[in-house]
Design a protein around this ligand. Structure first.
Ligand code: ADP
Length: 557
């Protein structure tokens, strides 16, 4: 630490007796290098116009002011937080660099009213102290170190002028003369005020420019990263800009889109597009659903919301576009599902009502009619049960009640049950001689097996020949159900297990809800197993396979 600072503040020796100050004063004899005011201001104006970065500009102005107007010059600006920030300062005395550098440390708090900078920023009025006295320094000092600094610099004369723009105090410029330099005169004050006025305009411009650039960067970030496609067009529908999401949605690069018009993209045709675009122009906004044509020719359903945005070069037409093809598919699925459920539930009801009418007409009990009614009621129950299960899968409320189960015995029981209801089917079972046991939910596995077996029978209208294989591999049991029935195209295989999915070519021939496989796969997955389907193609039969982890019940069960 500097020795002088450890002691109480003490007045600096007079300039001619102090070797460092003496050198400093020789270099900072302001009057000796004085520049005519008009020339000085002309220089200042060109410096102020040179850059839109205000830190650079202020630093250059400070360099201009020293030594022609002052021995040192400091610019303070008010930050958005209200704090005072010392942004630029200049002095030209290498010998007293350390002392001047400390100027940087003594930035006052905004509420420290006695400090000239804080005072000027609060009042918006110039602080002119042509003759700095010890008493003044003692009154304004922020503390002993600050006072010592003013002593060390031999502060002689001070002007602090506010930088005002649009009735706002942006900051202040402080000009100081030290040592043997002459006191500031009223002419110096006028010059300083004019310099401050010009500087304030430049700072305000630089600040506005920076704000505009920040805003642009912010909006550009929003535009570029928006999940929705955003397209900007002119009044003729010519695209002016497109964000990456728009390129992704439409399959065109931004450059390609800039050479295109709205009508090139909207699939409804130019007449409709022109008419709607004209309506959009007059009404100032447009919202609706439409189809767009992607670069690869595919048509995409989208929802668009468009607004007219005023800009200095005339209005621009901004549309936010969102892909709604999934929503449309879901809506279609819902419509189809309701039609399917209605149909499937009505079929057993029609049969029940037919048999009931038959009984009434005959006025006699008939075993076969009652059996048929009961069988249709069972069908109805199964459908409702499946729907309930599908909703349980959806809401993850499928609980398993595990016990020790022999898969071979379970398969055999399900096959026997199938045989009892469908005599037309030949069903073979291949299974190991020893039990294939695991810790599973018997009822749920029965449901899975019944679904696969009844599908194999249902979708084999001509040749019902079913083979069921049970295997015990290393860590898992595997069951496959093969039929020689309708089979399916390989491309539909991945969708078979989707909720409500039915293969179009077979759905028309056989009744069903399209939830059996969805539930079966979810049940197998809940057991920790997998399920998949294979088919060599339509008419080639299918094989459905699932696995289940083998193993004993966890400890303590
Ligand atoms: P559902 O049989 O009630 O329609 P599933 O979920 O059990 O519902 O089956 C979904 C679809 O998979 C069926 O509609 C059918 O198109 C196809 N499918 C299922 N099993 C077979 C099979 N063994 N052979 C041919 N297609 C099948």
């Amino acid at each position: 630490m500097d020795r002088t600072r450890r002691k109480a503040p003490r007045r600096a020796p007079s300039a001619d007796r102090h070797p460092v100050l003496a050198r400093g004063h020789a270099a900072s004899a302001v009057a000796a290098v004085a520049v005519p005011p008009l020339e000085f201001l002309a220089h200042a104006s060109s410096v102020l116009a040179a850059s839109l970065d205000y830190e650079t500009t202020l630093s250059n102005v400070a360099r201009l002011a020293v030594p022609s107007l002052a021995d040192f010059c400091v610019f303070d600006l008010v930050a958005d937080s209200g704090a005072i920030q010392r942004v630029a300062w200049h002095y030209e005395e290498p010998a007293r660099e350390a002392a001047f550098d400390d100027v940087w440390r003594f930035v006052p708090n905004a509420d420290l009213d006695r400090h000239p900078v804080a005072k000027v920023l609060r009042t918006g009025r110039t602080e002119f102290v042509p003759d700095v006295t010890d008493a003044w320094m003692e009154a304004v000092a922020t503390g002993p170190e600050h006072l010592q600094l003013m002593y060390d610099l031999a502060l002689r004369s001070l002007i602090t002028v506010p930088l005002m723009a649009r009735e706002r105090t942006l900051g202040a410029v402080s000009l100081c003369r030290v040592g043997a330099s002459p006191h500031f005169t009223p002419e110096d004050l006028s010059l300083a005020e004019e310099l401050a006025r010009r500087t304030a305009v430049a700072v305000e411009n630089a600040r506005l420019f920076r704000e505009a650039r920040n805003a642009e960067a912010r909006y550009h970030g929003l535009f570029s990263n928006a999940a929705d496609a955003i397209l900007v067009a002119d009044g003729d529908g010519q695209y002016l800009d497109a964000n990456p999401a728009a390129s992704e949605l439409l399959g065109y690069s931004r450059e390609e889109l800039l050479g295109m018009r709205v009508a090139d993209v909207v699939a409804a045709g130019p007449d409709w597009t022109e008419a709607e675009y004209a309506r959009f122009r007059t009404e100032g906004s447009w919202r609706g659903e439409l189809d767009v044509r992607r670069k690869d020719g595919t048509i995409l359903a989208v929802e668009a919301q468009a607004t007219v945005v005023p800009s200095p070069n005339g209005p621009v037409y901004v549309s936010a576009v969102r892909n709604i093809s999934e929503r449309r598919a879901l809506e279609r699925l819902q419509r189809e599902f309701i039609a399917m459920v209605t149909h499937e539930l009505r079929t057993p009801l029609t049969a029940i009502s037919g048999y009931a009418q038959l009984l009434r007409r005959r006025q006699a009990y008939s075993d076969s009619a009652v059996d048929a009614i009961l069988s249709q009621v069972k069908n109805q129950e199964r459908l409702l049960h499946d729907l309930l299960d599908a909703s349980r899968v959806e809401t993850r409320r499928l609980d398993l009640h595990r016990t020790s189960v022999d898969l071979t015995a379970l398969v055999q029981a399900c096959v026997d049950q199938l045989r009892s209801v469908t005599q037309a089917c030949a069903v073979r079972v291949e299974a190991p001689a020893s039990p294939v046991e695991g810790w599973w939910d018997r009822g749920r596995l029965e449901q899975v097996l019944n679904n696969l077996l009844s599908n194999a029978a249902k979708y084999s209208p001509d040749d019902c020949d079913i083979e069921v294989r049970v295997e015990a591999l290393d860590a898992e049991a595997r069951v496959s159900v093969r039929d020689r029935g309708l089979g399916m195209a390989p491309e539909v295989l991945p969708q078979l297990f989707d909720r409500f999915y039915r293969v179009e070519s077979t759905a028309g021939r056989v009744s069903g809800l399209g939830v059996g496989l969805y539930i079966a796969r979810s049940l197998v997955a809940a057991h920790g197993g997998r399920m998949w389907a294979e088919s060599a193609g339509p008419g080639q039969g299918s094989t459905f396979t699932f696995t289940l982890p083998l193993g004993s019940p966890p400890e303590g069960r």
